[in-house]
Design a protein around this ligand. Structure first.
Ligand code: XBP
Ligand code: MG
Length: 250
């Protein structure tokens, strides 16, 4: 199924994007390969707290099934069985340290936006399309990433920015996408969600939004058979004039 989606991806993806009134972007993994920085920031917080936890990439890939940093730490703690209890205050403090370290990493400029992202944002704005963000991470983390990549006035280009703690249930629940649609005053079919993970795909699909996948480092082998299109990255889109002239090119 995935091979079929890939074979027809460029033309379908261009059509899907162009007919949308609004493009709704996930952040982690979609706009930038941030998850490796999140992983390092978690490990920094664990060392700072003297916990003795160390999340390597293989373990982190597995833990990413749980969306949200606080929820991910809780799930890992539960998995350990007889570990010393962690209060909500401990989790909040770990997450505060993790978030501060993550912001420092992002602000150092080591995490550029993925290929094709800036071109797609510019092309969509030039076509008069609306832009939105629907993410599990926090407003602070979105701002750290996009201030660095797009400049301090970046938020003015987006009509809705909805973060994980703005809603009751994180992805794969549809809440963050439903809230985004409510703020945009649009139906799901008027939009396209640009995602990198199966959890994101499920969340957007449950909100009735067609999904374009841009494969990322940690989620490349997720099941994307319910996606409308699957790309390796957004530079495959026709933001460049060469593909605009060949809409049926594959
Ligand atoms: C991203 C996440 C986030 C980050 C950590 O999911 O799950 O939890 O890993 O962010 P998606 P916080 O890209 O599907 O939105 O620590 O700020 O929660
Ligand atoms: Mg993501």
């Amino acid at each position: 199924m995935q091979a079929q989606a890939l074979a027809f991806a460029p033309a379908d993806a261009n059509e899907l994007i162009r007919r949308a009134v609004a493009l709704i972007f996930d952040v982690d993994g979609t706009l930038a390969e941030t998850e490796e920085l999140h992983r390092r920031a978690f490990n920094h917080a664990f060392a700072h707290h003297g916990l003795g936890w160390q999340w390597d990439r293989a373990l982190y890939k597995d833990l990413l099934r749980v969306t949200g940093g606080k929820e991910r730490m809780r799930a890992y703690h539960a998995r350990l069985g007889g570990a010393a209890p962690l209060s909500d205050g401990d989790i909040a403090e770990l997450h505060r340290i993790k978030t501060a370290h993550y912001a420092g990493l992002v602000e150092s400029g080591c995490c550029p936006l993925r290929p094709g992202v800036i071109e797609l944002l510019a092309a969509a704005q030039a076509r008069g399309q609306r832009l939105a963000i629907a993410t599990t991470t926090s407003h602070g983390n979105i701002d750290a990433l996009l201030s660095q990549a797009l400049g301090p006035g970046w938020a003015a280009g987006f009509d809705a920015i909805v973060a994980g703690d703005d809603v009751r249930h994180k992805k794969p629940a549809p809440d963050v996408y439903l809230e985004t649609l409510a703020r945009l005053k649009l139906g799901g079919a008027d939009c396209v969600a640009i995602e990198d993970s199966a959890n994101g795909l499920i969340a957007a699909s449950r909100a009735g939004i067609p999904v374009l996948i841009s494969r990322s480092m940690f989620f490349a082998d997720d099941d994307f058979s319910a996606a409308r299109c699957v790309l390796d990255n957004l530079s495959e889109l026709a933001a460049n004039p060469k593909m605009e002239k060949q809409p049926h090119a594959q």
